[in-house]
Design a binder for this molecule. Sequence first.
Ligand SMILES: [Zn+2]
Length: 430
Amino acid sequence: MLQLRNNFTPNAVPGCGPLIPPLSESSRPLRQQIFERVRAAGTIARVQVAKELGVSPASVTTGVSELIESGLLEEVAAPPRDGEAGRGRPAVALGVRANAYRVAGIKLSDREHTAVIVDFAGNLIANESMTRNPGPMELPQLLVVLAQLLDMVCEKAGITRSDVSALGLGLPGFIDSHTGRVLWSSVLAGRGLVLADVASEYLGLSVRVDNDANLVTLAELWFGAGRGLSDFAVVTIEHGVGMGVVINHRIYRGAQGLGMELGHTKVQLDGALCRCGQRGCLEAYVADYALAREATTALNWVGKDGQSINVLLESLYDHAKAGNTAARSIFRRAGRYLAVGLSNVVNLFDPSLIILSGERMRYDYLYAADTLAEMDNLSIVTGRPRPPIEIHAWGDMLWAQGAAALALSAVTESLLSGARDGAAREVAAQ
Ligand SMILES: [Zn+2]
């Protein structure tokens, strides 16, 4: 059982199990499809892989031999089925060779930076976090923070930086994930920096950068509720509002790797000012700084020096729970804007599931029954039921695990691509 998967509660993993529909992207090499299927299943027999991919057992055997030879997969004892215990040779299944590589995932955010080390099968080895004051960092400061946090989590894992094959890095903001360029982020001063290259050179290892909402989506796709689904959306509410969309089992990133900025879709003409500099963005009504802005006015809040936005929001939530009308109306208004955003997602993508993720989902007023009813009213009338909505109130550590999943996919893609042998040498040399 993968450690990362264990972080998802059973009720958050509907349909999770061996019945994963085959990937339909026949353009990808078969051995890559085999590897991904084994990784998703944890432990699986060759014959089952063939069945799920819709290919002959002989071609799976050939592909598996290559993957075992490359050190990516290994044979493991299959769990005995009922009535088979003790009869004949134990059945053999396939598993990812967990010790083959270790990767790191780091999530940078406005309140806290988090890091994880996972093995090649996605098992969590160590995690670490670092609190911080909000605001953009200059590049030199950001690089120092990355190095410090990476070394801290490596030490906890009992390894050194040179044992790490790749680092996945998640930031809020507009990230061109193809090139690793940060066009804008609330945690980095300046615009247009190719952070993947700069960080890679500074840290001495391969670095991939992506929007943090995409990384949560990747974690759901690889290890969570999305494992059995071909099309779903993850909407994140934290300091900002983000979204990741999976279409046909793959994250959709757009032509320039910039897609799915739900937080900056407009819900009000000439509306409230957003952090991005434009007006009327969804985020400017739903994100925590928007709630804090309203709370400061409505509750006559006088913030003390250094008092965090979290303290303010907790107080607002306590007031709402205690029946304070102003506090309740702030959450209800934010919930109505969220309903507008979610109905747009339904109307555009027709997802089979919407996952609401992020620490702010603890504030259940945001997705109260009237919010969901409003979403229904704003969705086009098709006669079919709206997609189910699941609430996953994961903390930053899950986002870091999503970043690690990005690093894992970077390593496996380079190992499984045409330049497999060269890439393997490159990774092994790191
Ligand atoms: Zn905006």
